[in-house]
Design a protein around this ligand. Structure first.
Ligand code: FES
Length: 151
């Protein structure tokens, strides 16, 4: 066990955990932030996407020791209290989710995209979202919701 200090959704967190523990399990098991999902566990599907200092990462394959001193944002921190992130409002407007399982990861990737590139082209949207898999095939609605938010 080692000691780590991270900031999660603006709150300082002290942890005693094996440094190789994936960030995903710290978020879900220790901090009970259950919006971040486990899909493949191998960095391939994007269900576990969170932000590390504003950039999207796969928390299933990101050891907690690499997060020492860094800022983590999860889907629970994407809204500002009761004020939804504009992407979340678009997700609702466009009825994006089907089963919903992958959608927190989709939203985190989309939020990182728009934070860095507020007016992405369709190609840039597709490139930024290509690592987030949706078995229900909600891709057209995801693109539409991102496009709507960016307009
Ligand atoms: Fe992390 Fe699939 S669960 S990328």
């Amino acid at each position: 066990m080692s000691q780590f200090s991270i900031t999660v959704n603006g709150e300082a967190v002290e942890l005693s955990v094996d440094g190789n523990t994936p960030l995903l399990w710290v978020l879900r098991e220790q901090l009970r932030l259950l919006g971040t999902k486990f899909g493949c566990g191998m960095g391939l599907c994007g269900a576990c996407t969170v932000h590390l200092d504003g950039s999207p990462i796969r928390s299933c394959s990101f050891p907690i020791q690499a997060a020492q001193g860094r800022q983590i944002t999860t889907i629970e921190g994407l809204s500002d209290g009761d004020d939804l992130h504009p992407l979340q409002s678009s997700w609702l407007e466009f009825n994006v989710p089907q089963c919903g399982y992958c959608q927190s990861g989709q939203l985190m990737s989309a939020a990182a995209l728009l934070a860095n590139n507020p007016q992405p082209s369709d190609q840039e949207i597709d490139e930024a979202m290509s690592g987030n898999i949706c078995r229900c095939g909600t891709y057209p609605r995801i693109r539409a919701a991102i496009r709507h938010t960016a307009d």
